[in-house]
Design a protein around this ligand. Sequence first.
Ligand SMILES: [Mg+2]
Length: 338
Amino acid sequence: MRVTIHARTLRLRRPLATAFGTIEHREILELEIEDGDGFAGRGEAAPLEAYDGVSTARARAALEAYRDVLQAGDENRAGGELLDACRAADDLPQALAAVDIALWDRAGRRAGQPVARLLSDHGLDAVAVNATIGASDRATAAAGAAAALRAGFRCVKLKVGTGDDAGRVAAVRAALGPGPLLRLDANGAWSVEEAVRAIETLAAAGLELVEEPVHGLASVRALRDRVAVRIAMDETAAVPGALASGAADAVCLKLGRCGGISGLLACATLVRASGAEPYVASTFDGPLGIAAALHAAAALRIETPCGLATLDLFADCEHPFVVRDGAIAVPSGPGLLG
Ligand SMILES: [Mg+2]
């Protein structure tokens, strides 16, 4: 098996202020595998050090170890065996994701089927997605919500815990009108008491859910008992035991953290078994990661809007993922991108 690793820099149109620092560009590591029979598959590792603690150099070292594993030995080994061998060499989910995604892409191309179809006979044709607004003032937040509606979104996520939350939430709801979903993400900025007060006030705007209002399983559980709005875990989903805990109403899953498509399916199964609802978001992934997440979300029939409409944040990244009627169509050709 021939294996190539290619680093790709994606520049953001505007520096993005997040709870974990300002991001100006993304370093994505693309992995291509190709068989003797000519079928190729591509995947990517998109670690985001400020968020998941994994540097590009760390992910690259893991991918180089995987290249040695994949190039040695029988190329007809099953995908699961290849992944296990890579995991034994270096257990890094963000890098294993690249191998897993590439194997699914290759399997789809070989079968002449989209990846979602290999995963399920009953997948969705399109995956509902949200827009994200990080503006710190009311007017810009409202303008962002209006622009999201014009761009076809039916769900908007507003970052909160950053000052003037009440004013911005009201302005965004006014710009959206009553129909579209409004979701808040506090990135764990609040204590339980602060979250109770904030959510009681902000709920008047009509909220779909509040993502990561507080950090930690005990805090999420305590808060959920005290508010009438649905609570989702994002950062806290990385805590051991979180996925099966049933502590939140919904759990945000990331492809990198789960180790690719196979890991994401397994994580979603755990979440559903706990009675909670999974949804998927990118960590500003590249087109291959977004495609992989769309196929997985479609196969899982996830109807909670997913945070996968992030490619337009990049200045120079062509992609086929247009938002229509609040959703992105899943590529219907062979493999990941069709
Ligand atoms: Mg979040």
